[in-house]
Design a protein around this ligand. Structure first.
Ligand code: NAD
Ligand code: UFG
Length: 331
């Protein structure tokens, strides 16, 4: 299969590229490098023995998108901006990149006859869960920030496109909290500046690059009072995309599928798991809740098991071990 990965040089895209290359697919990475680095190509070649094609370009460039789509069977659409806090201050940039970018991509797909799309959605579309675990039938529409709303808009746009074009197939993969790194330690999550997300922050505290972790809130209605999330190893997530490829080829219409482990770990549990994996102490302070955070979320991943034949296999210890292996190799 010829598979185009928009945003394929980023965290989740690059790990997915490994699984697809190892499965024998031809992979084209299309990325404007706004949040990634060209050195990823060398690393992918070292890991897989194959060098994917790379096109430096923006998804909002319709002509470049049409060229890139020549001979493509499936698009996996990772490209977008993803920092929740930043999206509150830069809504126009977020809607332009994420929503407008997806519209330009869809228009280019229509013009080139490509009808198969796998989209990076997020558990953020569920907003504050009324019940747990979250199934795909749970209500959406309560996202609390422009980033989350951009994901919801895109899901709805894709549903409309599928209604209008019966030959179109779109899978919205709703990721829970992807963490970890490839076991080689050559690629992983390496945000610029101070990390917003828990795991990259914890990894830098373990490495000594940051002095201590702030734990946002210990008065949530959870077993230890700290936030609970469904953390999933990025390589499990990558496997989920590979399993979605035959599904999107053999079916038409719109579908949403959760990708998570189906169980939650608290912030304190993650700290302890990371300490065990790294052998490093993680100093932390309990501070106020972070605005916009929910207490807990985890999913029911049975639809992915039923329809894609996929379920997560890596444990929280694997996630912390691989994240530390990546972090500790850095200067
Ligand atoms: P990432 O920032 O590492 O990767 C995104 C890639 O897209 C980057 O390489 C960036 O350079 C590229 N990009 C951004 N805007 C672009 C544009 N206009 N044109 C071309 N390329 C562009 O992020 P990630 O963690 O790999 O996330 C991938 C997707 O998954 C995103 O859509 C994100 O919203 C979604 N997602 C991520 C998480 C998470 O926790 N990481 C959770 C849920 C959903
Ligand atoms: N947390 C801390 N200290 C930190 C960072 C995070 O205590 O320095 C806590 C948060 O309060 C939360 C938990 O760790 O309880 C997880 O926080 P993250 O920021 O790692 O992840 P979120 O669940 O807030 O959001 C992430 C992505 C979103 C995505 C969502 C679901 O940032 O883009 O997962 O996939 F939508």
């Amino acid at each position: 299969m010829n598979i185009l990965l928009t945003g394929g040089m980023g965290f989740i895209g690059s790990h997915t590229a490994i699984v697809l290359l190892e499965a024998g697919h031809n992979v084209v990475l299309y990325d404007n490098l706004s949040n990634s680095d060209a050195s990823v190509l060398d690393r992918l070649e070292t890991i897989t023995g194959r060098r994917p094609s790379f096109i430096e370009g923006d998804i909002r460039d319709g002509i470049a998108m049409q060229k890139a789509l020549a001979n493509i069977d499936v698009v996996i659409h990772f490209a977008g901006l993803k920092a929740v806090g930043e999206s509150v201050h830069k809504p126009i940039e977020y809607y332009d990149n994420n929503v407008n970018g997806t519209l330009v991509l869809l228009d280019a797909m229509m013009k080139t006859g490509v009808r198969r799309l796998i989209f990076s959605s997020s558990s953020t579309v569920y907003g504050t869960p009324a019940t747990l675990p979250l199934t795909e039938d749970c209500p959406t529409g309560e996202a609390t920030n422009p980033y989350g709303r951009s994901k919801l808009h895109i899901e709805q746009i894709l549903a409309d496109v599928c209604r209008a074009e019966p030959s179109f197939s779109a899978i919205c993969l709703r990721y829970f909290n992807p963490i970890g790194a490839h076991p080689s330690g050559l690629i992983g999550e390496d945000p610029n500046g101070i990390p917003n997300n828990l795991l990259p922050y914890v990894a830098r505290v373990a490495h000594g690059t940051l002095p201590y972790l702030k734990v946002f809130g210990n008065d949530y209605p959870t077993p230890d009072g700290t936030g609970v999330r469904d953390f999933i190893h990025v390589m499990d997530l990558a496997d989920g995309h590979a399993k979605a490829v035959p599904y999107v080829m053999n079916n038409t219409g719109w579908i949403a599928i959760n990708l998570g482990c189906g169980r939650g770990y608290s912030v304190l549990e993650v700290i302890h798991a990371f300490e065990k994996s790294s052998g490093q102490k993680i100093p932390y302070q309990l501070v106020e809740r972070r605005e916009g955070d929910i207490a807990a979320n985890w999913c029911d991943p049975s639809k992915a098991q039923r329809l894609l034949g996929w379920s997560a296999t890596r444990t929280i210890d694997d996630m912390c071990h691989d994240a530390w292996n990546f972090e500790s190799r850095k200067e």
